[in-house]
Design a protein around this ligand. Structure first.
Ligand SMILES: Cc1cc2nc3c(=O)[nH]c(=O)nc-3n(C[C@H](O)[C@H](O)[C@H](O)COP(=O)(O)OP(=O)(O)OC[C@H]3O[C@@H](n4cnc5c(N)ncnc54)[C@H](O)[C@@H]3O)c2cc1C
Length: 359
């Protein structure tokens, strides 16, 4: 069997790159090891153009946000499915000082397009502590990540281009400008293996900074708020009376296990925001594939151009991957330059390996 691309890993990154290349007319084989954990399976899937305490505009927000809305809508329309939910994000002010500071930001032309003009605070009063009011961030929303991955997997299964299997690097045979693996001959293999890229001998020289995160799911009876609420942590309504609350950030004890500490942190913090009782019904943990310079890892291996990487999406895979997959596909297929801040060529000097037979 021959293919243009063998894509290893089907989280958000692999799903989006596979779809993008498929839409460009390439043949793609998508493989994923179901025995390995995935950050995407845990992610809340929120897209938020203004983040952090200081309402900082996400890197490349003006390009990413129009693109991602159109990207997810296009797949929904093509396959007649639903997994992307545009929503506003309500940010209750913590104090009068914060209200003044945030309101002065609304005059900033870089921020203004992402802030709603009028907010009906009364809508929130019954459930949310908002004595100083709040603002609403627009162009936001959430991707039902598990549903999205299930749909993309089904699409490639139907085309007979999907397998649930682990790829071991030493099984890949690189020769004559192609890569062979398990009877498949591909022009390129692209790794979308998330935080597990750190164990991938072809790309483990890239400077990772994995960040553990935990999230809880809670029942909040009669919760009537449809927006995402965010004040240090988020409350995301996913179904009637069911919300996701997150997330924690930890740079130590990096594993996929939930902790009592994580649960207590989220439970305590959310009590400052939610006025009503809630019951925790689930808790999950994952490892975000973050990088030292907080920019993605995209590009072809400097000494082995038949192998590439599409990862390092950190805390924002759902926002970053659509636009960057488009950029990567233009690089791979049309020879266009990659976004320099995301291109792994910025780290070429770190590559200490000597590969035997560069292809
Ligand atoms: C608690 C938490 C909350 C988050 N919330 C958000 C959010 O609201 N919005 C947002 O944008 N991001 C969020 N993130 C970050 C998000 O999870 C990541 O940006 C994104 O999921 C990364 O996707 P990925 O495809 O690169 O990696 P992953 O989702 O980890 O996927 C990698 C895949 O590769 C497979 N794999 C690995 N090695 C192999 C191999 N050798 N062979 C075959 N398959 C292999 C694994 O099985 C896995 O399925 C959150 C993360 C956490 C932990």
């Amino acid at each position: 069997m021959t293919a243009d691309f063998l894509i290893v890993g089907q989280g958000v990154a692999g799903s989006i790159l596979a779809w993008t290349l498929d839409q460009r007319g390439c043949s793609v084989i998508l493989v994923n090891d179901p025995a390995r954990p995935s950050a995407s399976a845990v992610a809340a899937g929120i897209v938020n153009p203004l983040t952090g305490r200081k309402l900082v505009r996400t890197w490349k927000a003006d390009e990413l946000f129009p693109f991602l809305h159109q990207f997810y809508r296009h797949i929904e329309q093509t396959l007649n499915v639903r997994f992307f939910h545009p929503k506003t994000i309500y940010r209750p002010f913590r104090s009068m000082a914060e209200k003044t500071a945030y309101e002065s930001l609304t005059d900033n032309p870089a921020i203004q397009p992402y802030i709603a003009n009028a907010v009906n605070h009364a809508l929130y009063d019954q459930f949310i502590n908002n004595p100083f009011g709040g603002l609403e961030v627009t162009q936001a929303g959430w991707l039902d990540v598990n549903e999205f991955i299930r749909i993309i997997k089904g699409y490639f299964i139907q085309k007979n281009q999907y397998a649930d299997i682990s790829v071991k690097i030493n099984e890949l045979v690189f020769s004559d400008g192609k890569v062979e693996w398990q009877g498949i001959s591909a022009k390129k293999v692209i790794f979308c293996d998330g935080a597990q890229l750190g164990e991938n001998s072809l790309f483990n020289w890239l400077p990772y900074n994995p960040v553990k995160g935990e999230i809880i799911t809670a029942v909040v009876p009669d919760y009537a708020i449809t927006s995402i609420v965010n004040q240090g942590l988020f409350i995301l309504p996913i179904r009637d009376g069911l919300v996701k609350i997150g997330a924690t950030y930890s740079w130590h004890d990096i594993d996929w296990k939930t902790t009592g500490e994580g649960r207590t942190f989220l439970e305590t913090k959310v009590r400052d925001i939610l006025k009503v009782p809630f019951e925790i019904v689930a808790q999950q943990a994952g490892i975000r594939p973050s990088t030292k310079d907080r920019r993605p890892f995209i590009g072809l291996h400097p000494a082995r151009a038949t192998a590439g990487v599409f990862g390092g999406m950190g805390t924002k895979g759902v926002s970053l991957a659509p636009y960057l997959a488009e950029q990567f596909s233009r690089h791979l297929l049309d020879g266009e330059d990659l976004e320099p801040e995301a291109n792994i060529s910025r780290y070429d000097s770190l590559l200490l390996h000597d590969l035997d037979e560069p292809a």
